[in-house]
Design a protein around this ligand. Structure first.
Ligand SMILES: Nc1ncnc2c1ncn2[C@@H]1O[C@H](COP(=O)(O)OP(=O)(O)OP(=O)(O)O)[C@@H](O)[C@H]1O
Ligand SMILES: [Mg+2]
Length: 267
């Protein structure tokens, strides 16, 4: 039988190092990070606080240039903020004076080419936003302001906002860390459904190893600062993954083995 061909590389970090300089002090955040992510892969990154996880996302988004090495997207060097990237963070940061729908539409009002055609395409864009809100279980909440939504609902809106311009790459920085365990696990399934439907390339930064194993095709562990990628685990579990699967021995084995690696990093 022929081996399945690997997808084309989407995100490619090549020997990337990053040193921040602030107030005359230098912080060596990343050291020689090389990471190739194929189109449509879902990569999770875990590691100690301050090891450079968010920094990796900023490099991919083009918000920072590397001090050394190269960052490529679809083979092109990243030289500034990227349009084909969507981002969601621990804190959803929705604009309080806008409804859920208006918050979801925001990137289309800012990012070209959508910005130039926002007025003429508004109806189509609103349909797209409603369809996303439906996928994340927010039918009937489009016209609510953020303060009338729970934390989990606000994070769902933030996921929709990250995806509304149909980005090729989705960057998630501990998106569910502030939520209670039940809501968090519910949103794992929501995110899995979004990814299955859209097949964008995802980088998820998380401290939750169960979350990483549930969602990712591959989990990377980083060292303490300066952060290096020190271990990689391919998650070979069938999809779609259900929450009950998290109690199965093969799932627990993955979590346990990655947990052991993190323990070594801490030590
Ligand atoms: N703008 C900046 N100027 C100076 N130092 C910075 C800056 N941003 C981050 N750092 C430092 O770089 C290191 C890596 O930061 P980063 O935010 O990437 O870590 P992290 O792995 O995301 O941590 P956490 O898990 O706590 O979110 C930290 O020591 C941080 O203090
Ligand atoms: Mg961080």
């Amino acid at each position: 039988m022929n081996k399945p061909t690997a997808p084309p590389v989407c995100v490619d970090l090549q020997h990337v190092s990053l040193r921040y300089v602030s107030s005359g002090r230098e912080v060596h955040a990343l050291e020689d990070v090389s990471l190739s992510i194929g189109q449509g892969e879902f990569v999770a990154v875990a590691g100690p606080s301050g090891c450079g996880k968010t920094t990796i996302l900023k490099l991919v988004a083009g918000l920072l240039p590397p001090t050394q090495g190269r960052v490529l997207i679809d083979g092109h060097p990243v030289s500034g903020p990227q349009k084909n990237v969507g981002m969601a963070f621990q804190n959803p940061i929705l604009l309080p004076w806008r409804t859920a729908l208006q918050n979801v539409l925001l990137p289309l009002e800012v990012v070209q080419p959508h910005r130039g055609q926002f007025r003429s395409q508004r109806r189509a864009y609103e349909e797209r936003a409603h369809s996303l809100l439906h996928t994340v279980g927010l039918d009937g909440f489009a016209d609510k302001p953020p303060y009338e939504l729970s934390g989990g609902m606000q994070q769902r809106v933030s996921l929709c906002r990250a995806l509304i311009h149909e980005p090729e790459i989705l960057l998630l920085d501990e998106p569910f860390a502030a939520l209670d365990a039940f809501t968090r696990e519910e949103l794992w399934s929501v995110l899995q459904a979004l990814w299955t439907e859209r097949r964008c390339t995802v980088i998820l930064v998380t401290h939750d190893l169960r979350e990483a194993v549930f969602l990712a095709t591959r989990v990377h562990i980083m060292s303490k600062r300066p952060g290096r990628l020190i271990h990689e685990t391919l998650i070979d579990l069938p999809r779609p993954r259900a929450l009950e699967d998290t109690f199965k021995p093969e799932f627990v084995d993955y979590v346990h083995s990655i947990y052991g690696r993190i323990g070594q990093v801490r030590a």
